[in-house]
Design a binder for this molecule. Structure first.
Ligand code: GLU
Length: 550
């Protein structure tokens, strides 16, 4: 029995690898074009880290005129959930990160390098495993779970590295005839890679993100084909990224330690290895400790969470780029109006260690992103969100013309309002602008410096009777508030008040506050002149009267 015969016995139907090498020719791409992919497993609840991976991969592919594809890694069928692929596809769509190639639904796909779902590639993996068997670079291993357990226990007692390597690799040198006998006898087995590595030798890996990293060579005879005939991650990575023509493997840095093994696999197979870029894990601050964002504990781990609370996907992407490239912030400061697509991303500018993903900072970024939206965009997006999550907001927005005016307050100017971080903030931010909400409910009036009923009512009454004219321009409007302040014996100017604090009880700003609180029930609002313009005469007067009666 020779290697070839054993290989034929194990995989009688597998094709020659030349068949696949021809079927999937090297991609004909311009110089510098990179091929990248995102390769999630359909385990449900797409992680925000997957979005981060996809964003980076797609950006680089686009930037270089290359290809971005989606591969579904479903070889661990125990972890798979129903609808898992659709969830991934939906999430990528939500974030506008659709791939050029890959799965487009649970069963359909686009592109010439498929199938893009690993469970459909069984024949391909087996062909490549057979090739390794033929070369004597792989072998069947008959170790039972008990045997492996026993080996592990012995290794622990002996205080040596655990794993299947060197003298511990019991079936590595099993005579081929014996192996054939066992297979004929129906003994269960898996296929292992015969590692040529030695632990006492070092290799150096040059990671695009992590830089130079030294590792001992791999000497583990890892499993390449499992008992169910499907490959392990390592072997699928080798076969898929080779055949699909990936030029840069971007993946989470939990895979960094597998690089020695992966480089060895490519080497033994005679393939050119891709370049690797191991991206920092997204971390969160948990009471002063940084830890991984966890699907189990943190709602923000789920890519779908942002749609639920109404953070625009654009804001999430902008924030992820912020974390990903230290140069982004500066670029954004200088290019306030450009799209993130115009930002040139560099893998080698990524942080080497973990990247802190902070919900408060995300909210700040989101406020700025939303401040660049037109009133129409804010209207459409918040309505879309409200239709799924908030009926009351839908009802408020049903008066489109008025709502556009409300949302247009302090928007579209040089310093747009930055008070909306997510669509779920919109209601609270604008509810006081709606008469049916404001006038028909009991109001709190948080008056400040001027807080006695008599002065307040005097101010409001004088304002309605003598000073309010809805046709005033902003300057006249403000001058009139000053006049009102003067008439009441308050300082017309804040300066004046500061110079002689003892001569006045309050100043024009305090009078404005009374008006603001009476009109809106709040001390903090966007520009009051604009608010009054939008409310219009009847509403302004009704509101001031209501406040007087309070
Ligand atoms: N399926 C692997 C994971 O989800 C993909 C790693 C890779 O991108 O190669 O971690």
């Amino acid at each position: 029995m020779n290697y070839k015969e054993l290989a034929d016995m194990i995989f009688p139907d597998a094709k020659e690898i030349s068949y696949y090498e021809e079927k999937y020719p090297r991609r004909n791409l311009p110089e510098g074009a990179e091929v990248l992919r995102v390769a999630p497993s359909p385990t449900g609840n797409v992680h925000i880290g997957t979005i981060d991976q996809a964003l980076i991969a797609k950006k680089l592919a686009k930037q270089t005129g290359g290809v971005f594809f989606l591969r579904i890694e479903d070889t661990d069928q125990k972890r798979e959930i129903e609808g898992g692929i659709s969830q991934i596809i939906e999430a990528l769509k939500t974030f506008d990160l659709e791939p050029d190639e890959g799965m487009t639904s649970e069963t359909e796909e686009i592109g010439n390098y498929g199938p893009y779902k690993q469970s459909e590639r069984k024949d391909i993996y087996q062909a490549y495993a057979k090739y390794l068997l033929e070369q004597g670079k792989a072998y069947p291993c008959f170790a039972t779970p008990e045997e492996l357990e026993e080996m592990r226990a012995k290794q622990e007692v002996a205080k040596v590295r655990t794993g299947y390597y060197g003298v511990w690799a019991k079936y590595r040198n099993l005579p081929l005839d014996e192996a054939a006998e066992k297979i004929k006898a129906g003994m269960p087995y898996i296929i292992r890679f015969k590692s040529p590595g030695r632990e006492d030798r070092k290799i150096q890996h040059k990671d695009i993100i992590k830089g130079k990293v030294d590792f001992p060579e791999n000497d583990q005879d890892i499993v390449i084909i499992k008992a169910d005939g499907l490959p392990t991650y390592h072997f699928a990575h080798l076969v898929d990224d080779h055949l699909m023509g990936t030029t840069i493997v971007t993946r989470g840095d939990e895979w960094l330690s597998s690089v020695p093994l992966h480089l060895q696999l490519f080497q033994e197979m005679g393939f050119k290895a891709p370049r690797y870029a191991h991206t920092p894990t997204l971390l969160k601050n948990d009471n002063g400790n940084k830890r991984k964002i966890s699907k189990r504990k943190d709602p923000e781990a789920a890519a779908s969470y942002y749609e639920e609370i109404g953070v625009p996907s654009l804001a999430v992407k902008e924030y992820l780029l912020n974390i990903a490239n230290s140069t982004f912030e500066n670029w954004r400061r200088q290019n306030k109006d450009l799209s993130i697509d115009d930002f040139e991303f560099h893998l080698n500018k990524m942080s080497v260690s973990g990247a802190l993903f902070d919900m408060v900072k995300l909210a700040d970024v989101s406020k700025i992103v939303i401040s660049r939206f037109t009133a129409g965009e804010v209207y459409n997006e918040s309505l879309k969100w409200a239709e799924k999550h908030d009926n009351e907001l839908v009802e408020m927005l049903s008066d489109k013309e008025y709502s556009l005016k409300v949302l247009g307050i302090e928007r579209g100017n040089a310093k747009p309002r930055k008070d909306i971080a997510k669509w779920s903030d919109v209601k609270e931010n604008i509810i006081y602008m709606y008469d049916d909400k404001f006038l028909n409910s009991k109001q709190e009036y948080p008056y400040q410096v001027i807080s006695d009923k008599e002065s307040i009512n005097k101010i409001l009454e004088l304002y309605i009777e003598k000073y309010y004219d809805e046709n005033d321009d902003k300057q006249t409007w403000f001058d009139k508030i000053k006049d009102l302040a003067g008439e009441m014996g308050y300082a017309r100017e804040v300066k004046e008040f500061k110079a002689n604090p003892d001569s006045y009880k309050a100043h024009v700003g305090d009078v404005s506050t009374v008006l603001r609180v009476a009109l809106t029930g709040r001390t903090n609002t966007p520009d009051m002149y604009e608010i009054m313009q939008v409310l219009g005469k009847t509403s302004v007067e009704n509101r001031l009267r209501k406040a007087m009666e309070n």
